[in-house]
Design a protein around this ligand. Structure first.
Ligand code: NDP
Length: 477
């Protein structure tokens, strides 16, 4: 037994994570259902470090130092369960089974409980950064026991991305907390991408800018508070010209967005937790709507707004408004994500350091951005911060964005340009800051048709009105 860690499942991610461990000096046992892949890995990359190739499960387990650290990198769902079932009988109490796939956090909770009964640690790990990140430094979000993190933490921190010398890995919380936080990361990613796409659409349709000009606008924004990996790659995509047609690349791509499902999981889970992640939800639905060819055909040709062209000066002024709108909406989308993490922490009893989540997303993952430093600082100053908007500087920025943010959404509405994420973010803001909400009327309606009772502003208790007889409010309980 000589390997510090074993990786089974040597697909795109598993292979690169194994190489990353080996490059950091960890002897790595490697195993794959199809052994040819194991041999190929050692043949091609064996010189990068200390690999121990294993053809069978028994050989693989025998190669691991105790407590054994066995990392599974296969498809989420049935494949992961199959691999766990295969290895568990070969392990001993104290061993650590790590799932680095994109598992649903509820599956991770179930697996953790089942393996805990056998005296094994089960650690669900969110890994972000794709193929390149896995090799050069991903953002790593481990759940599971603190005891298992004591063993795994230094290794994960070694192989993770680094920002300012700090690792993009931390113990997120117990059982499924790591996979949960990874899921929310992806939900935020959906919102961030949709907001950027809406900004592009507005600059193009209202501002009259060409894609290459919008690339320049994004490059400029990338130097400021919006600076991020997503803004940077957006500029590259917009500047790209299709070789076959000579047209802007963005104009030859079919406008039907794909999704692998983590955004959907975020929204489904948010409904269960009653977390109002409206910008994330709208971003997810926007992808779904884009792919509904028949529905879009049925709506096609219906009237929208008019789009009188802006003068060059007006267009520049408009672009700076859109920057405010994008930034303010982004703050709201991130705030929604953090609220959801707080809600889950309360529901599942996780102790999550909300500032540390911002810290480990500063590098290695898709939403990496300097902006996350600000979020981290906000939670450092007040670990119990209820919302980012309760922090002075974010509140001030949002206040400064008021007019341009509203103007941007209003121009979109007037001109018939869809901005579901911008609008959702603004409505979220207006909902939560409102003195009175029409929820009072909903309560009246509910009491009327279903005797659901209502609370009152002037007295404690639950009240019901006898609507048929127009009786006075009476206390019911
Ligand atoms: P690949 O499709 O490249 O590789 C899949 C691996 O799983 C192969 O090694 C395959 O073995 C193995 N496998 C599949 N089914 C079984 C089974 N029933 N029993 C044993 N082994 C099985 O996948 P990726 O590397 O892209 O993804 C792996 C995991 O990482 C997934 O959960 C994915 O969601 C997650 N992930 C992926 C990211 C990405 O950017 N690609 C980013 C972050 C996480 P064989 O060679 O025998 O077919």
């Amino acid at each position: 037994a000589s390997a510090a860690i074993g990786v089974t499942g040597l697909g795109v991610m598993g292979r690169n994570l194994a190489r990353n461990f080996a490059r950091h000096g960890y002897p790595v046992a490697v195993h794959n259902r199809t052994p040819a892949r194991t041999r190929a890995l050692i043949e091609e990359y064996g010189s990068e470090g200390d690999f121990v190739g294993a053809e069978t499960a028994a050989e693989f387990v025998a190669a691991l130092e105790r407590p054994r650290r066995l990392m599974i990198m296969v498809q989420a769902g049935a494949a992961t369960d199959a691999v766990i079932d295969e290895f568990v009988p070969l392990l001993e109490p104290g061993d650590i089974v790590i799932d680095g796939g994109n598992a649903h956090f509820a599956d991770t909770r179930r697996r953790e409980a089942a393996l805990r009964e056998k005296g094994l640690h089960f650690v669900g790990v969110g890994v972000s950064g794709g193929e390149e990140g896995a090799l050069h430094g991903p953002s790593i979000m481990p759940g599971g026991s603190a005891e298992s993190y004591a063993v795994l933490g230094p290794m994960f921190e070694d192989i993770s991305a680094k920002v300012g010398g700090e690792p993009c890995a931390t113990h997120v919380g117990a059982d499924g907390a790591g996979h949960f936080v990874k899921m929310v990361h992806n939900g935020i990613e959906y919102a961030d991408m949709q907001l950027i796409a809406e900004a592009y659409d507005l600059l193009r349709q209202v501002g009259g800018y060409a894609p290459a000009e919008i690339a320049d606008v994004f490059r400029e924004w990338n130097g400021g508070r919006l600076g991020s990996y997503l803004i940077e790659i957006t500029a590259d995509v917009l500047a790209h010209v299709d070789a076959a047609t000579g047209a802007p690349f963005v104009d030859v791509v079919a406008d039907a967005a794909g999704q692998k499902g983590t955004g959907r999981w975020t929204v489904q889970t948010a409904l269960d937790l009653a977390s109002p992640v409206t910008a994330i939800a709208q971003a997810t639905f926007a992808r779904a709507a884009s792919g509904r060819r028949e529905l879009r055909a049925a709506y096609a040709g219906l009237p929208g707004g008019t789009t009188p062209p802006l003068s060059a000066t007006e267009a520049d002024r408009f672009a700076s408004r859109v920057e405010h709108a994008l930034y303010a909406s982004k703050v709201i989308a991130y705030d929604q994500g953090w609220t959801m993490i707080q809600d889950a922490a309360a529901e599942y009893g996780w102790k999550i350091d909300l500032g540390a989540v911002a810290r480990i997303w500063r590098g290695g993952c898709i939403i990496r951005a300097s902006f996350l430093d600000r979020i981290r600082a906000a939670y450092r100053a007040d670990p119990d911060l209820v919302s980012l908007l309760a922090e002075e500087e974010f509140a001030r920025e949002i206040a400064d964005a008021q007019v341009p943010w509203r103007e941007t959404v209003a121009s979109a509405a007037r001109r018939g340009i869809p901005v579901p994420a911008f609008s959702a973010a603004l409505s979220h803001y207006d909902t939560l800051r409102a003195d009175r909400l029409p929820a009072a009327l909903l309560q009246g309606q509910r009491d009327y048709f279903g005797a659901h009772t209502y609370g009152r502003t002037d007295r404690e208790g639950a009240f019901h009105t006898h609507w048929a007889t127009e009786g006075r409010p009476e206390t019911q309980g």
